[in-house]
Write a protein that binds this ligand. Structure first.
Ligand code: CMC
Length: 424
């Protein structure tokens, strides 16, 4: 493909083209400022490729999502989450021997240092589990300093992946005042998390298969999503050579916002509000359209998907199945389906291509599993962890990598004279 041409103030500039493996075209403007003095302006980075990446491909128009080339539908149907973790961070699916070794190392590193339990005592009982998760992940760096070689780096990545679920489950136990339940090395990744969440020392607990499968699906569907807000944050922070724990902790905080991963909690709060208000769907759809109101349909719309979110489709199907298997009837599922129907027939949502996203149905499944609403975004973080790690590693290993440092268009005052305080 020939270079792009830019005509600026009567001068012509040639801008090289870079083409991805799925035919995506990028205009390389990295030399533009040096050549012309101009920068590009793209608030929210909606049209900016910040890196080249071989991890995840999304075609938002066609509703395609693939990790390392494998369609999300196939992985969701056939893979355990630990296989997906391996795939994302190593680039290939594991052989049986590799998988056994990988699972084993994730299991062996599940315990957190006993001293870390003391930190939990300091959090208020009302602390949001996302605050606990992000700070405790950061604290891991004080126990496991960054190593100088490849093996030390890999070990810290395994520690992070293994211990995050323990920290997440401990944050829940702290919030309900129950003693922590330690990981059990005979259990799989998902089973272990559910065991640490729901077992109580006084009673025997066996993880129900339906919960194990539901959690596995949810984690697989959340495992990566290319350059979203939290992943870009992990890359941004990591680009300063910050350690893996600090970088991931920053990503967790970025995920917390209600426009990103925090939406799953907000969806349930919205559905509950609609239920208490007599299920008047049209009223809420009208409120979401009203530009004078700051109300939005949570779990609707996406920066990239403009047709459907394949993860939402899979979760909608799964919600029916999981609730039936658990024998749970949740009025919020019916409300969600009706709200979706009313919104999708409304011109406002049709014209703007706003569809349910991954957060719309995930909360209903978490609720049925017994996971409390304020833990939903923690669940998203556990799922997204391997994606963040894969991007951090790719960014660190990129020979063209440099510290992320965008420019700006300054719109403030031009130089002015200082006036002493007594004369102002
Ligand atoms: N309800 C009502 N109107 C909406 C919504 C919504 N949920 N989402 C977008 N719009 C409107 C928006 O007001 C704008 O209208 P107009 O063109 O008249 O100004 C238009 O649609 C385009 O929206 P935008 O905010 O410019 O789009 P964006 O790409 O910047 O934002 C989004 C994407 C996901 C932040 C947004 O759709 C939203 O706020 N959704 C609700 C929160 C949510 O569900 N977030 C989870 C996203 S998926 C999980 C993840 O984070 O990965």
């Amino acid at each position: 493909m020939s270079d792009a041409k830019l005509d600026l103030n009567g001068e012509q500039y040639e801008l090289p083209i870079t083409v991805g493996s799925e035919g995506e075209v990028g205009i390389d403007i990295s030399a533009l400022r040096n050549q012309s003095g101009a920068i590009t302006y793209d608030p929210g980075y909606g049209n900016t490729g910040s890196c080249a990446s071989s991890i995840t491909f999304i075609d938002g128009e066609k509703g395609i999502l693939r990790y390392r080339g494998y369609p999300i539908e196939v992985l969701a149907e056939s893979c355990r989450f630990t296989e997906v973790i391996y795939l994302l961070i190593n680039g290939e699916l594991p052989t049986e021997t590799q998988y056994r070794g990988f699972r084993e190392s994730l299991t062996r590193h599940s315990l957190i240092h006993e001293d870390m339990k003391k930190f939990f005592e300091g959090y208020a009982i009302t602390a949001h589990p996302m605050a606990i998760l992000s700070s405790m992940i950061s604290v891991l760096s004080s126990y496991y300093p960054e190593g100088q070689d490849e093996a030390a780096r890999e070990l810290n990545i395994i520690r992070l992946l293994a211990k995050a679920k323990t920290i997440a489950a401990f944050s829940y136990k702290k919030s309900i005042g129950q003693p922590f339940v330690y990981p059990n090395n005979s259990l799989s990744y998902c089973e272990n998390f559910l065991h640490m969440m729901f077992a109580v020392p006084a009673e025997a607990y066996e993880v129900p298969e339906v919960l194990d499968d539901a959690l596995n699906l949810l984690l697989v569907l959340h495992a990566d999503h290319e350059q979203n807000c939290s992943t870009s944050t992990v890359r941004m922070v990591g680009s300063s050579d910050a350690n893996i724990f600090a970088s991931i902790s920053a990503g967790i905080n970025a995920l917390w916002g209600p426009l990103h991963g925090g939406a799953n909690q907000k969806v349930i709060e919205m559905l509950e509000r609609i239920r208490q208000d007599g299920s008047d769907y049209k009223k809420y759809v009208d409120m979401a359209k009203d530009k004078d109101s700051d109300f939005r349909l949570m779990g609707f719309g996406h920066r990239v998907y403009k047709n459907f979110d394949p993860r939402a489709r899979l979760l909608k199907k799964s919600a029916d199945k999981v609730l039936a298997q658990l024998g749970v009837t949740d009025p919020l599922l019916e409300i969600a389906k009706n709200l979706e129907e009313v919104a999708l027939e409304d011109d406002y949502f049709v014209e703007r291509k706003l569809y349910p996203n991954v957060d719309f149905y995930s909360g209903i499944i978490y609720r049925a599993m017994g996971i409390p609403t304020n833990m939903f975004t923690v669940m998203f973080a556990l799922g997204r962890l391997p994606g963040w790690v894969a991007h951090w590693m790719e960014m660190r290993d990129d020979p063209k990598g440099k510290i992320h440092r965008p420019r700006q268009i300054y719109t403030g005052e031009t130089e002015r004279a200082f006036v002493p305080i007594e004369s102002r």
